[in-house]
Design a protein around this ligand. Structure first.
Ligand code: HEC
Length: 136
């Protein structure tokens, strides 16, 4: 039996479109998609605004993109922990300036950095570079 959908040119266009839509819906609801894109919390979203406002990216890179006077920040929470991040942001450290932020903004920044950490691993990171001999 021949169908109108496969016979007429218009029918074929409609068929191709329906298949295209079905594939789109399947890709959209597939579990892999939600796994690879963790949703940021409201606090993390507010933290990303603080991050931009304070211009952290001028000194810190995310996945290698951004400033390089400070270390890449992607996996900072899993490397040193949440308390460490809060401490460095509020007290500063050598060339890292101290930021006088209200506590809720420090919470938001920490949540943002925690979220960044959950998005993947930025591979090139060593705890401390080896020092050979004296620097003159
Ligand atoms: C003027 C440049 C500059 C800005 C702006 C800056 N940082 Fe830093 N930051 C640094 C430097 C340099 C270091 C490394 C300090 C050291 O090793 O003594 C650092 C270190 C850090 C560390 C610890 C990293 C580690 O590996 O120990 C964190 C966390 C951090 N910064 C977060 C932030 C956040 C969040 C902001 C924005 C609110 C920010 N920084 C803005 C320069 C900066």
């Amino acid at each position: 039996m021949r169908s109108v959908l496969t016979e007429s040119p218009t029918g074929r266009v409609i068929l191709v479109f329906v298949v295209y839509l079905a594939i789109g819906v399947l890709v959209f609801v597939s579990p892999g998609r939600t796994k690879s894109e963790p949703e940021p919390s409201h606090s993390a979203i507010r933290g990303s605004i603080v991050w931009r406002r304070e211009n952290c990216l001028s000194c810190h890179a995310i996945y290698g993109l951004g400033g390089h006077s400070g270390p890449d920040i992607v996996n900072i929470v899993s490397l040193y922990g949440d308390a460490y991040v809060r401490h460095v942001v509020t007290n500063g450290m050598i060339a890292m300036p101290a930021f006088e932020l209200p506590e809720h903004e420090v919470d938001d920044l920490a949540a943002y950095l925690q979220h960044l950490d959950s998005t993947g691993v930025y591979p090139i990171r060593k705890k401390a570079p080896p020092v050979f001999g004296e620097i003159r």
